[in-house]
Design a protein around this ligand. Structure first.
Ligand SMILES: Nc1ncnc2c1ncn2[C@@H]1O[C@H](COP(=O)(O)OP(=O)(O)OP(=O)(O)O)[C@@H](O)[C@H]1O
Length: 249
């Protein structure tokens, strides 16, 4: 009896060098009554990068971040965070820093650390203490006695000290002076693990340009331009800051 050899089976092997998509958004739309905040937005972001989310006032950055963070509903479209639709499993992987203060005014920094430790299983108090010190703040200080910039530093230290896969920061350096911005950016980069994704909404492209691996530029609730920072700079012979200004001129 003759036998016909079976064709070689080549099992689908995952490409170990290919970064995992951590954020996958397709056809995302969100309205506030008559206002369209997001208008069919598509976006895929891989792990291991710092991505700038850029755009003029009202283009939908905060709305997008809130939906990705799982704190806003009422949208249409599909979202996956590390493969999960927004919900408890996705929220456990996302550390979100909103653009408003969310800590009790009378609290000391040490109390805020305890609060975060109670709330988030992946919070690393030692990491937060290191960042608080790096930012030149004292654990015994009360928030109400701090400047806006100092409070922002506390909130950033807390948000960055969770062992999350995705960090979503909404305008984290808007309230601080240029020298402090540099310190904050250094602090953020210092704590970030290699396989996580940081998506950071900002108007301050110049301050963040040195650390951005990629950018997503939005207009009227959609992505108008996105890509690798070096590719964009090389392709256009301009800095991200210049490309940003050109795009929104
Ligand atoms: N709670 C709300 N009720 C009604 N409209 C809203 C609400 N929040 C946002 N909007 C509108 O949705 C649109 C998108 O707002 P969003 O805050 O997402 O923009 P943004 O890009 O974050 O703006 P900015 O850079 O000023 O923070 C804007 O037109 C805004 O006025």
């Amino acid at each position: 009896m003759t036998t016909t050899p079976l064709p070689m089976q080549t099992p689908e092997m995952p490409d170990m060098n290919k970064p995992t998509p951590l954020v996958e958004v397709s056809g995302l739309a969100m309205r506030y009554g008559p206002v369209t905040a997001l208008d069919g937005l598509d976006l895929t972001l891989a792990s291991g990068q710092i991505v700038g989310l850029l755009g003029e006032n009202g283009c939908g950055k905060t709305t997008l971040l809130k939906i990705l963070a799982g704190v806003m509903t009422g949208y249409t479209g599909d979202i996956r965070i590390a493969g999960h639709a927004p919900g408890p499993e996705s929220k456990a992987r996302v550390s979100f820093l909103p653009d408003t203060s969310f800590l009790p005014d009378r609290a000391r920094v040490s109390y805020c650390l305890d609060l975060y430790a109670d709330f988030f299983a992946d919070f690393r108090p030692e990491k937060a203490r290191d960042l608080i010190g790096f930012f030149g703040l004292s654990e015994s200080a009360r928030l109400k006695e701090m400047s806006k910039g100092m409070r922002e530093k506390v909130q950033i230290a807390l948000a960055m000290s969770r062992d999350a896969s995705v960090y979503l920061l909404d305008e984290p350096i808007s309230g601080v002076d240029p020298a402090a911005r540099q310190l904050i950016v250094d602090g953020i980069v210092r704590t970030l693990s290699e396989d996580s994704l940081l998506l950071i909404a900002t108007h301050l492209v110049h301050d963040l340009e040195p650390v951005l691996d990629a950018v997503v530029m939005m207009r009227h609730g959609r992505v108008v331009l996105s890509g690798d920072a070096d590719d964009l700079r090389g392709g256009r012979g301009a800095s991200l800051d210049q490309i940003f200004k050109e795009t929104y001129r």
